[in-house]
Design a protein around this ligand. Structure first.
Ligand code: UT7
Length: 323
């Protein structure tokens, strides 16, 4: 028998305020049509004043716990993928731990920007396979609206706020691709691409800074690297594109999502797309898409999923799992 990290619950939370593209037309030289046609984004949610990443993460975690029929006492570890933690420290994950009333176990953040949730899933899988945790709450949560330069039309129309969460539990499998749970992972980064996508503030500047991106350069890397990492993860899981029920990609741009699916030979009917409603929510985008897809009946128990993401670093990766 082989130990597997199996999904037991999923949930998400989006801030109340919905901002349609048209709202940007008042303050920027942009149009709803440009944003829609270049990115696929139609609207996004923005957190209210005082609403922090750990607050969004806590609500997503509570939804996932309810979905799993569990309480915080059932959880051994929390991993929170975010680049917009409330404070420099402590981790937003420990704030969620406190909010959930969890007195045992351990909690920590992972920072791999838009690839954060894939990195978090891979680390949660490693904790489960090594016996260090039986149940891990894996969250992706962001408030990217806090690091937007509202005068930069090339970035501020693209990002949104939100949170999604999964609960993984150790279960015995047969050791083949028919098992439920995480079947393989692939992680990559290349720090020489730092200047393509970064925030120009932090400890070294004494400010929290603003996101800076060479969008068309990131775009050039995205399709090739995403298709390559997804293919590597699929080979490791011993599955082919014919076996895949759903690609659940990072939701940055519909043209990247379409290009990657095409390169992999997977039709768009088999891709979960939420970018039109959420914008790019960085580490939250994959768990949000998983939660939306599971809630609306697209993703069913037993389906084979491939998640893939790329972001600042550059950092990129993929996870193959059976729901
Ligand atoms: O999640 C982390 C990873 N990030 C991504 O995956 C983002 C990847 N990049 C993208 O999604 C796309 O590159 C963008 C959506 C950011 C931009 O699309 P693009 O087709 O690459 O356009 P571009 O950057 O080459 O810009 C084309 C033109 C430029 O004008 P000129 O120089 O051709 O006159 C921009 O100044 O579009 C202009 N532009 C805009 N026009 C209207 C840029 N932003 C806007 C805007 N409204 N909001």
């Amino acid at each position: 028998m082989t130990l597997r990290a199996v999904v037991k619950g999923v949930g998400h939370y989006l801030p109340e305020r919905i901002v349609p593209n048209a709202e940007f037309e008042a303050t920027l030289d942009t149009t709803d049509e440009w944003i829609k046609s270049r990115s696929g984004i139609e609207r996004r949610h923005f957190a209210a004043e005082g609403e922090t990443t750990s607050m969004l993460a806590t609500k997503a975690a509570q939804a996932a716990l309810a979905n799993a029929g569990m309480t915080a006492d059932d959880i051994d570890a929390i991993i929170l993928a975010t680049s917009t933690a409330d404070l420099t420290f402590p981790s937003a994950a420990t704030m969620v731990q406190a909010n959930l009333g969890m007195k045992s176990g351990f909690a920590f953040d992972i920072q791999a920007v838009c690839a954060g949730f894939v990195f978090a899933l891979s680390n949660a899988n490693a904790l489960i396979l090594s016996g260090q945790a039986k149940r891990v709450l894996v969250i992706g949560a962001e408030t990217f609206s806090r690091i937007m330069d509202w005068t930069d039309r090339g970035t501020c129309v693209l990002f949104g706020d939100g949170a999604g969460a999964l609960i993984l539990e150790a279960q015995e499998g047969a050791g083949d691709a028919a098992d439920r749970g995480i079947l393989s992972t692939d992680l990559n980064s290349d720090g020489t691409y730092r200047d393509l996508l970064y925030v120009d503030g932090g400890i070294s500047t004494g400010t929290s800074g603003y996101l800076r991106m060479q969008g068309n350069q990131v775009f050039r890397h995205a399709v090739a690297k995403l298709a390559a990492t997804a293919t590597t993860a699929m080979e490791r899981a011993n599955v082919t594109t014919e076996d895949v029920d759903w690609i659940v990609p990072h939701q940055a741009n519909i043209r990247i999502i379409q290009g990657t699916a095409k390169k992999m030979g997977i039709p768009m009917e088999n891709v979960i797309v939420t970018v039109q409603d959420h914008g790019n929510t960085s580490a939250a985008s994959i768990p949000l898409a998983l939660s939306v897809g599971a809630t609306n009946g697209q993703i069913k128990q037993g389906d084979l999923l491939v998640t893939e993401a790329i972001g600042g670093g550059l950092a990129w990766g993929a996870v193959v799992l059976r729901w």
